[in-house]
Design a binder for this molecule. Structure first.
Ligand SMILES: O=C(O)C(=O)C[C@]1(C(=O)O)C=C[C@@H](O)C=C1
Length: 118
């Protein structure tokens, strides 16, 4: 498959160009893996959202998030990643999950109302 990067020629200098193109291929692999991993994560959180709605549990869990931040800060430091960036990334994903949970809870609520009157 051709990616837009294959068509973007960074420089005429062959040695530099070749290394950049090799690196871009590795970057594409990592980006693809991240998308697959995120899709897996959202499958798990979808189920958590359904269970929370079923059990009447609120979407956000601040204690769980505090533990996530502690754990990911340690991992980021070990891995040589800026922990502030790791936290921004976690927060970005978890906010989206909470939005999904809220939608699932609203749908569950509506289904509950329909059940009552059916
Ligand atoms: O673990 C949960 O309770 C979840 O709903 C999952 C999750 C997450 O995406 O990791 C999302 C929202 C909560 O605030 C905490 C964690």
């Amino acid at each position: 498959m051709t990616s837009p990067d294959d068509r973007s020629d960074p420089t005429q200098e062959p040695a530099i160009r070749d290394e950049i193109l090799r690196l871009r291929s590795s970057i594409d692999n990592v980006d693809g893996a991240l998308v697959y991993l995120l899709a897996e994560r959202f499958k798990f959180t979808q189920r958590v959202g359904e269970l929370k709605a079923q059990g009447g549990v609120v979407p956000a869990d601040p204690l769980r998030e505090r533990l996530q931040i502690e754990r990911l800060t340690t991992i980021a430091l070990e891995a040589g990643l800026d922990p502030a960036f790791a936290e921004k990334f976690r927060e970005f994903i978890v906010s989206e999950v909470i939005r999904h949970h809220e939608r699932i809870a609203a749908e569950h609520g509506r289904a509950g109302v329909l059940d009552t009157y059916s």
